[in-house]
Design a protein around this ligand. Structure first.
Ligand code: GLY
Length: 130
């Protein structure tokens, strides 16, 4: 169980790095092609498959530093499935050169397929003020 938790946290970290660096090959390597999601860009719709995500990876990057960490991640292993929940803190340098931090709530679901963790579903939302 501890090994599975460490493995899935490592895979999730790699996924966030792939997103931030727009590394499509690394992203697709970690995802099941039938990936489903809710995310703000999808305007309340569940999106299936990879094409929706590919759009953003094909955009020109800013070239400015950007990184994400998982704050206080919680991992639940259920057989060959893992559910990872955390606040994603993304730091980036804005166009005026000023660094800024953004938070989002993420739940990502992973499935062990042929010995490798594959990303099968996620839900990202913007935290509401408390
Ligand atoms: N929008 C891609 C991802 O968060 O996995």
């Amino acid at each position: 169980m501890a090994d599975a938790t460490a493995e899935v946290l490592q895979a999730n970290g790699k996924l966030l790095d792939a997103i931030n660096s727009q590394n499509w090959a690394a992203y697709t390597d970690l995802c099941d092609p039938s990936l489903t999601c809710f995310e703000p860009e999808a305007l309340g719709h569940v999106v299936s498959g990879m094409e929706f995500h590919h759009f953003y990876f094909k955009l020109a990057g800013s070239g400015r530093p950007k990184q994400s960490i998982m704050a206080s991640p919680h991992v639940r292993i259920i057989g060959e499935t893992a559910i990872v929940s955390y606040i994603r803190l993304t730091q980036r340098v804005e166009s005026d050169g000023v660094p800024a931090t953004f938070a989002s709530e993420e739940t990502r679901v992973w499935q062990k397929q042929n010995g490798a963790w594959k990303h099968v579903h996620f839900h990202r939302s913007i935290p509401t003020a408390s």
